[in-house]
Design a protein around this ligand. Structure first.
Ligand code: CA
Length: 223
């Protein structure tokens, strides 16, 4: 699943990301409500983990804004232990479920699976395709022209990100943020290195090159 985590406690946000990625999910992180809303409005996530107490916009405002903009991505709110009124306001604002802090990661994963299932059934087969390149998100498998491509988890995440944004130029910074997190020391070399790995595996031997370089900007898949 493609999960957006909006949480201003950076350590917690990063732990959630790690736990999710260990389970094979792809994550985006946002550290305040405004940034979270902007990312959520793209509508491409399967589920959103949304803290209530956030700088800029709080979680409830984010949730309201999403529903107002007809983005129906399932939202799991993170709330303080005793905050019943917030929980009620959150559910009224269109959140789908809530989890009180502190929580066990197993429970977080279980709630997300439940929300994600609903979403997946309602929306998309978990499969991305560009030309003859197919990414099976459930089986974590990539194929081109019917031949399996072996990818490391990071390479898979990179290809998934490119395919989800088919035809859109992604900057090195966007890719770096998406794959390594906002706090990573910006070293766009890392991006170039991984793109070259993935490109070799995806495009080598095929006349139709799917991964393009936009000089000085970044990369684009399928344009
Ligand atoms: Ca918070």
């Amino acid at each position: 699943m493609y999960v957006l985590v909006v949480e201003d406690e950076r350590r917690l946000a990063r732990v959630i990301r790690r736990v999710l990625e260990e389970e094979g999910h792809t994550t985006d992180l946002a550290y305040d409500g405004e940034e979270g809303l902007a990312m959520a409005l793209e509508g491409s996530h399967d589920v959103i983990v949304l803290d209530i107490l956030l700088p800029e916009l709080d979680g409830i405002e984010v949730c309201q804004a999403l529903r107002k903009n007809r983005v129906d991505t399932p939202v799991l709110l993170l709330t303080a232990l005793d905050d019943v009124p917030d929980r009620v306001r959150g559910l009224d604002a269109g959140a789908d479920d809530y989890l009180t802090k502190p929580f066990a990661f197993q429970e977080l994963l279980a709630r997300l699976r439940a929300l994600g299932r609903r979403r997946v059934q309602a929306r998309e087969p978990e499969r991305l395709q560009t030309a003859d390149l197919v990414l099976d998100l459930n089986r974590r498998r990539a194929e081109r022209a019917g031949r399996v491509i072996e990818l490391s988890p990071k390479e898979f995440a990179l290809l998934e990100y490119l395919m989800r944004n088919e035809g859109r130029v992604l900057t090195r910074t966007q890719i770096l943020d998406h794959l390594w997190g906002y706090d990573h020391t910006p070293d766009s070399n890392l991006v170039d290195v991984y793109v070259s790995y993935v490109r070799r595996k995806v495009d080598k031997g095929h006349p139709n090159k799917l991964i393009g370089t936009i000089r000085g900007v970044g990369y684009v898949l399928g344009r």
